[in-house]
Design a protein around this ligand. Structure first.
Ligand code: PHB
Length: 426
């Protein structure tokens, strides 16, 4: 759903965002432009663009680059749930208020197990809600806001390189989509280039600490052309495995079911997908999904991962570049947006009177929420998925755990509080 009137890739660094310098005069004859900019951001997904937006609001230029084209990012489906705080930040920081018109506020969710539905009422339990607003829409809003505000974003670059990250004059070099070569001379470089990006690997091996765990299953994600089957999201546990019923629009629904990480989408005609999904949500209440043509099918692998340190010299990592969570509970985007909120504050202090010592606050402030989200995502994943070869004991233990979650106010409130997020001050 691209809505941009201006292609940000057409807005060059010489015109906006940083000060253009004559390459020959600064000993960089091999590039076409050299731009001095306080912050260079590698990665122009939601984390990178939100950071550039927050800095821009405070009068600090940030130039972002991304290997992917804008169209490519806009057509990559990701999760769809935003915490109310993140939704409010989009509106209140002036990105866009489209979420209020086109998003859907959800005041609860449904857990299905043992063939029955159990509603978790976020509003009644913890006075909170979440917004169903796909990540691609968040990205579109941010890319439009950057274009509107004159921020420079280079989509579709190649050969990006970060140089001198261990000094106080780090540089980012890249080839723009039109084949011209550019250098950004920054005070800080932010790596917001996701879990497969290059930035996390710039931290020297002897300093890198990697924490993580793998799961013996993946998600089979589909887009189905059909009306909604339920008013809220449905997270289903069954002896056949997990399923999640989410939505995109009135006529397009997003659904997932647990599968083998090596599953081949070609082996899944529409009938097989529907039979699998129906079996996983079936129950004594007669609940059934409304079926329709499957528009897209993808296998999504996932894991839990955190890399420390999140800062090395003048390089700071944010979002998936530093950590990833399984998709159960939709924490990933929310966590990335929290990282950059903290990081924007810290960078503004570091670029201002306080200087570099301010950066020391970033990792501890970000990590606290990261580990809470790691715990919650991993807990919710294990609570709802069926490990291959799980024993009858394990299945019954899981049902006991689910029953303790929905059967006590404390259990329901715990889930509601974690799912809707935590205020950044906590
Ligand atoms: C989605 O709508 O894509 C979605 C929703 C909730 C999740 C994960 C994904 O936990």
């Amino acid at each position: 759903m691209p809505r941009s009137a201006v292609d940000p890739a057409e807005v060059g660094p010489a015109e906006v965002g940083g000060a253009a310098v004559d390459p020959a005069a600064v000993g960089a004859a091999e590039v076409d432009t050299v731009t001095e900019v306080p912050v260079a951001v590698v990665g122009a997904g939601p984390a990178g663009l939100m950071l550039a937006h927050l800095l821009g609001r405070a009068g600090v230029d940030a130039v972002a680059v991304d290997l992917r084209s804008r169209a490519e990012i806009e057509s990559t489906h990701r999760a769809g749930i935003l915490e109310a705080d993140a939704a409010r930040d989009l509106v209140e920081t002036g990105v866009s208020d489209r979420i209020l018109r086109e998003g859907h506020e959800h005041e609860g969710t449904e857990l299905r197990f043992g063939g029955r539905a159990h509603r978790i009422d976020f509003r009644a339990l913890v006075g909170a809600s979440v917004w169903l607003y796909p990540q691609t829409e968040v990205f579109t809003d941010l890319a439009d806001a950057r274009a509107r505000d004159g921020g420079t974003v280079h989509f579709g670059v190649s050969d990006p390189e970060v140089l001198d990250a261990d000094t106080d004059r780090p540089r980012v070099r890249f080839t723009a989509a039109d084949g011209t070569r550019h250098e950004l001379r920054a005070r800080y470089v932010v790596g917001a280039d996701g879990s497969r990006g290059m930035c996390r690997g710039l931290v020297p091996e002897e300093l890198r600490v990697r924490h993580g765990t793998e799961y013996p299953f993946a998600w089979f994600g589909v887009m189905a052309q059909a009306p909604a089957s339920a008013p809220e999201l449905v997270y289903a546990h069954s002896e056949h495995g997990f399923a999640l019923i989410s939505r995109r629009t009135e006529t397009v629904q997003r659904m997932y079911f647990q599968c083998d990480p090596d599953e081949d989408t070609a082996a899944w005609p529409d009938e097989r997908i529907w039979a699998t999904l129906q079996a996983r949500v079936a129950g004594g209440d007669g609940f059934r999904l409304v079926e329709g043509p499957i528009l897209e099918r993808t296998v999504l692998r996932f894991r839990s991962f955190v890399q420390e340190p999140m800062r090395w010299g003048s390089l700071l990592l944010a979002g998936d570049a530093a950590h990833t969570v399984p998709p159960t509970g939709a924490r990933g985007l929310n966590l990335a947006l929290h990282d950059v909120k903290v990081l924007a504050g810290v960078l503004l202090r570091a670029l201002g009177r306080e200087g570099e010592p301010a950066l020391a606050d970033y990792q501890p402030l970000a990590l606290r929420r990261i580990w809470r989200a790691q715990h919650f995502s991993s807990w919710m994943t294990r609570l709802l998925h069926t490990a291959p070869g799980a024993s009858p004991f394990e299945l019954r233990r899981q049902l006991g755990e689910l029953d303790s979650v929905v059967g006590t106010r404390a259990g329901r409130a715990y889930l509601a509080e974690q799912y809707t997020g935590w205020p950044s001050s906590r």
